[in-house]
Design a protein. Structure first.
Lengths: 1001, 96
């Protein structure tokens, strides 16, 4: 293997040698290299295999537009897929792997696909793989394994990521000549400036070009300018930072790669930082991408963008070939050819498609360096599979419809190409700006903007260095002025003036056969989309660029069409016989380049992602070994297993304790709202369906609230604590939504009502003491109020002192048993809990969790909102007519009269018992009247709750059944997911103690 | 990200707010007297303009107040916000 590193020059540190691994081979590079420049220095020609045809591919570009050198970097859990080698800084001991091609890029078993090119032409996914549909799974596996796109790490990301918010007057994106000029001009007014650039150092094109500014080498100007910016207190300079998204109100997201270039972040360093920048004004100076030329086999390794060659030579001191041919349709590439020659390469010829060739400056420069120029010529094809060996060159009249007959071979191992330049209009477009077609330079340039941004430099179609600096400075002053800063007269710059000839567009290169039959002319290297594919799409009727993109996969890859899209539009325009301006661009969406999930998540991972709410008794539950159930943000004990019990045994034991003796439950997660104010009754009358005003002080009531659509929204016990003071409970999951709902009506519709709503969910802890012995237990710990039925009847509330603690004592029951709910300030709740547990030992007090809670209430036919209801259930469906007041209006009342809600064949709430007396069917199981009817068998309902009932001795279920209320006593069939059927008897949903005598004792 | 001007707190990030739909839909005083069609009109029918739209927003992660806002559905730009029960200012903060 030869080293292609130059003896001198470039910005690499030859004293600092980095070893790295590429596909298992150990190679060497220097500090300052990118992975791409290091690979080229090691003469690695093939870096990947293409997606569809598995053709060997080499490095094409030197920036964000790289389609081929897509790498998996790092190992183990810190590995990152889909990184562009051209933008990946080399570090010592880097492990890199090509993400495409298996088992290696040089031997790819799937390359046989290339022999069946016709099968894989445009739309091949649709045509080949969509039918028969049942085989899709096989196809998908085949497609996925035959071309890898990198792999995700198996474990958690070991690195840390951060987010930072920032505000500034002027954000400048891109630190090439125009961006630097803008930042300097803005900063001199005192404006707060943030300057971001995706590369490891500022300078942009100045780092690759050999030119002067104000009669000194451009590098000197660069050093002086960067120093001025770095020393300015109001300027924040961010290198290695990609502005990837432009959102509403001048909000720009940028990711700073703090440690990616070090391999492993040292100490406390975060790997990447996401900047959320609010800018009053934005200057976009993102530069431009050079376009390839679409000749036959233009994807062969050794075919590179001319500007990329210039960058590798001047910046990285790498000569990517020995003997080069340049193929161009514009002047800019001449300077790349000269740079290659000056660095010691052989330049066989410049092939210029233009009849009149380049302007004086470019021609003189080339001739001075002894480079032969062939005007009115084309490179129609290249020879060589894993590396270019020859270019096929032919004379050309300028007629694109022509086929080329006679070609001559020119030997070369590097083919530099330039099809002109496309401004990077990405952020401008993301910000809602339009693009217009520039008829002179044949590219889309930023048009009208919708936000406070302006584009300058090559990104705005300003091509000369002078124009870039001048316009950049103007933009810096204008934006600072827009922010209210006082602006001095503009600075002028002096740069060499070039005499140029205009570019002549060449969207596809004529070949020896028609464009539909010649060897592949690639537009999008990553997706193997060729000129013929786009033309085929047109023949098959596609017109819109958005449709052609999806049909041919043009611009779909990680490079998002940065390289190939404009050529694709040119080919499409030709095939449609319309001007390219009429074809338009596809939509630009964030992200400009891929962003890691880590940067997106930042610190919001693991426990910080979503707060976990724990009750005051949580640690006690954990000490008992109770498995936890997640309910909203809460963790609630599920059941309390003893002596190796499984869930069924534990729940059966807990249920029997509640029914026969004494059980206790932590009900603290109930939503609680304190309602006060002169008009509390008036508000609650409009919210709840029952007659709130008729409740005596000290009474509790079960209440439901409906949406205006008449459907059940939430339920809970509410209590009247005073004339105009109420205590509401909501479901655990519905607490926040109910408070918001009440607040909304109060604030927006009835602001005249004097009511204050306060969430007390966390202030009160709630302990449910349940079972025939519950009264005895409370008496035992000492209660200052009489707990007897005549003094403290069912559904009442009293302030009391229990075991020396002030409490609110409710006589309510969600189990059907004699029960009390103790509301106690959360700071005292654990003490109260332990007091009750200790005193309850003589009654074998049994703690229970959410599972037993559910079984006990199901035995009584009590609904759980959100489990037995799903937002489509009315109170009438639930047979809650008794709760619906006829004396007043309330939210949703009118809707109960709507035609759909009075239908008798609605799904209605009923109970079910399996006829076999033993099958517990799964919740969610569909019900059918007749399973023998042909598929699709009509469903008539579904099971919403289903449990084994220890106290009844058989399984029970609740569910919604069409016309269910009229079908008590009939049978339906539960169609289980395993294909078996269970006959279900339709019964009343109240299975246990139907007269509700037990809770009243 | 949009900056939304809460009439109580001032400019705050969009992520602090919840959207509440079209503003100015008064609940009928006597729902019982409405036909099904009239009730359905109140319940379901909403404007869907291309351009300025008056909406209710809630500063959910801030003062928790509901307020009115006028927003351009094309540019997403908020042109003005005002408190419930008050009239919108005659001038807009920004053009749509
Ligand atoms: Zn607010």
């Amino acid at each position: 293997m030869t080293s292609r590193r130059l003896e001198s020059g470039g910005f690499v540190d030859r004293g600092k040698v980095f070893e790295f691994k590429f596909d298992g081979r150990t190679l060497k590079g220097f500090a300052g290299d990118t992975l791409a420049s290091a690979l080229l220095a090691n003469d690695v020609a093939v870096v990947s295999r293409s997606f569809k045809y598995h053709r060997p591919r080499g490095i094409v570009s030197a920036g964000a537009d790289e389609p081929n050198a897509i790498m998996q970097i790092g190992k183990d859990d810190a590995t990152l897929p889909n990184l562009r080698a051209t933008q990946t800084e080399l570090y010592n001991n880097m492990v890199a792997r090509s993400t495409k091609g298996w088992p290696s890029v040089n031997f790819d078993v799937s390359a046989i696909n290339a022999l069946f090119g016709r099968v894989f032409s445009a739309g091949f996914y649709y045509k080949t793989f969509m039918r028969p549909k049942r085989l899709w799974r096989c196809y998908e596996r085949f497609i996925r394994s035959s071309a890898g796109w990198g792999s995700a790490p198996a474990g958690n990301d070991p690195d840390e990521y951060a987010h930072r918010n920032a505000h500034c007057d002027v954000l400048v994106v891109g630190a090439g000549p125009s961006g630097l000029a803008a930042a300097v001009a803005a900063s001199r007014t005192g404006a707060r400036v943030i300057l971001v650039d995706e590369q490891n150092e500022f300078g942009g094109s100045l780092l690759s070009e050999d030119t002067t500014i104000d009669s000194v080498p451009a590098m000197q100007w660069l050093e002086k300018t960067v120093a001025e910016l770095s020393n300015c207190e109001t300027v924040q300079c961010l290198t290695r930072t990609t502005a990837f998204g432009y959102y509403d109100d001048n909000f720009v997201a940028a990711v700073e790669r703090c440690a990616d270039h070090l391999g492993k972040p040292p100490g406390q360093t975060v790997r990447e930082r996401l900047w959320r920048i609010c800018a009053r004004e934005v200057v976009l100076a993102q530069g431009a991408f050079e376009r390839p030329l679409a000749f036959c086999n233009n994807d062969r390794p050794g075919v590179m963008m001319a500007s990329a060659v210039q960058t590798y030579v001047n910046r990285y001191a790498v000569l990517p070939g020995e003997r080069a041919v340049l193929f161009t349709n514009n002047d800019s590439a001449y300077f790349a050819a000269v740079a290659f020659k000056k660095a010691g390469g052989l330049l066989a010829a410049i092939i210029d498609s233009r009849q009149s060739g380049a302007g004086v400056t470019a021609v003189t420069n080339a001739v001075d360096h002894g480079i032969p120029i062939m005007n009115g010529h084309l490179v129609t094809d290249v020879v060589g599979k894993k590396r270019v060996r020859k270019a096929q060159v032919a004379q050309w009249s300028g007629d694109t419809s022509q086929t080329i007959k006679n070609t001559v071979s020119i030997e070369c191992d590097l083919l530099m190409m330039s099809g002109g330049w496309s401004p990077a209009v990405h952020l401008h477009s993301q910000a809602g700006g339009k693009n217009i077609w520039d008829e002179t330079h044949h590219c889309f340039v930023p048009g009208e903007t919708l936000q406070q941004n302006r584009s300058v430099g090559a990104g705005a179609g300003q091509w000369s260095l002078m124009e870039c600096l001048q316009r950049g400075g103007d933009a810096g002053r204008t934006t600072a002025e827009a922010c209210g800063f006082v602006v001095q007269a503009g600075q002028t710059y002096e740069t060499p003036q070039d005499q140029e000839n205009p570019i002549e567009p060449l969207w596809r290169v004529p070949a020896s056969r028609s464009p539909d039959r010649c060897a592949k002319q690639f537009l999008d290297f990553q997706n193997d989309t060729s000129v013929a594919d786009v033309r085929l799409a047109v023949r098959e009727g596609y017109r819109s660029i958005e449709h052609v993109k999806r049909y041919t996969a043009l611009g779909f890859g990680t490079d998002q069409g940065k390289l190939g899209n404009i050529n694709g539009m040119g080919v499409l325009a030709e095939a449609l016989e319309v001007p390219i301006a009429q074809v338009g661009t596809t939509t630009f969406r964030p992200a400009y380049t891929p962003v890691t999930f880590g940067a997106g998540a930042g610190e919001d991972i693991g426990e910080i992602y979503d707060p976990v709410r724990k009750t005051a008794m949580h640690e006690w539950h954990e000490m008992q070994g109770a498995p936890m159930e997640v309910v909203g943000q809460w963790l609630r004990p599920w059941y309390f297993p003893q002596y190796g019990e499984d869930i069924h045994a534990a729940v059966a034991r807990e249920c029997m304790a509640a029914r026969n003796s004494l059980a206790i439950m932590d009900a603290s997660t109930l939503g609680k709202i304190d309602v006060q104010g002169r008009d509390s009754v008036a508000l609650l009358e409009r919210i709840y369906t029952h007659d709130v005003g008729r409740m005596a002080v000290g009474r509790c009531a079960y209440g439901i609230m409906l949406g205006e659509d008449g459907l059940l929204m939430d339920d809970g016990v509410m209590a009247r604590l005073g004339e105009q003071r109420f205590y509401l409970t909501t479901t655990t999951g519905g607490a926040a939504a109910v408070l918001t709902w009440l607040e909304r009506w109060l604030q927006t519709e009835w602001p005249e009502l004097d009511v204050h709503l306060t969430s007390t969910t966390d202030h009160w802890s709630t302990i449910a003491v349940v079972g025939p012995k519950s009264r005895e237990l409370l008496q035992k710990v000492g209660c200052n109020v009489s707990l007897q039925r005549e003094n403290f009847p069912f559904m009442t509330v009293k302030d009391a002192e229990l075991g020396g603690f002030p409490v609110q004592l409710f006589r309510v029951s969600f189990s059907g048993e004699l029960a009390f709910e103790v509301n106690i300030g959360s700071n005292y709740a654990m003490a109260m809990w332990e007091l009750l547990i200790d005193a309850g030992q003589e009654f074998q007090i049994t703690p229970y969790g959410t599972e037993t809670l559910h079984v006990l209430r199901a035995e009584k036919g009590f609904v759980i909102v959100g489990q037995d209801t799903d937002g489509s259930v009315s109170p009438v469906d639930l047979k809650m007519n008794w709760l619906l007041s006829k004396n007043k209006d309330y939210l949703g009342k009118r809707s109960l009269q709507r035609a759909d809600l009075v239908r008798t064949d609605r799904k209605q709430f009923v109970g079910f018992v399996p006829v076999d007396g033993k099958t517990v069917v799964a919740e969610g199981t569909q019900l059918v009247n007749d399973p023998l009817l042909p598929v699709p068998t009509p469903m008539c309902g579904h099971i919403t709750s289903s449990y084994a009932s220890a106290c009844l001795g058989h399984p029970i279920a609740l569910g919604l059944l069409q016309s269910g209320h009229a079908r008590i006593g009939e049978q339906v069939v539960a169609a289980q997911s395993d294909g078996t059927y269970v006959d279900m008897q339709v019964v009343s949903p109240v299975f246990y103690d139907p007269k509700s005598e037990r809770q009243n004792v | 990200m949009l900056l939304i001007k809460c009439p109580w707190c001032g400019n705050r990030a969009e992520s602090e707010f919840n959207y509440g739909g079209e503003a100015g839909i008064a609940r009928p005083a006597n729902p019982d007297t409405l036909t099904d069609a009239e009730w359905a009109d109140y319940l379901f029918m909403r404007k869907n303009p291309k351009g300025l739209h008056q909406e209710q927003w809630n500063h959910a992660q801030g003062c928790r107040r509901w307020f009115n806002a006028e927003r351009d559905t094309v540019t997403y730009r908020f042109t003005r916000t005002w408190r419930i029960g008050e009239a919108p200012s005659s001038t807009r903060d920004v053009d749509s």
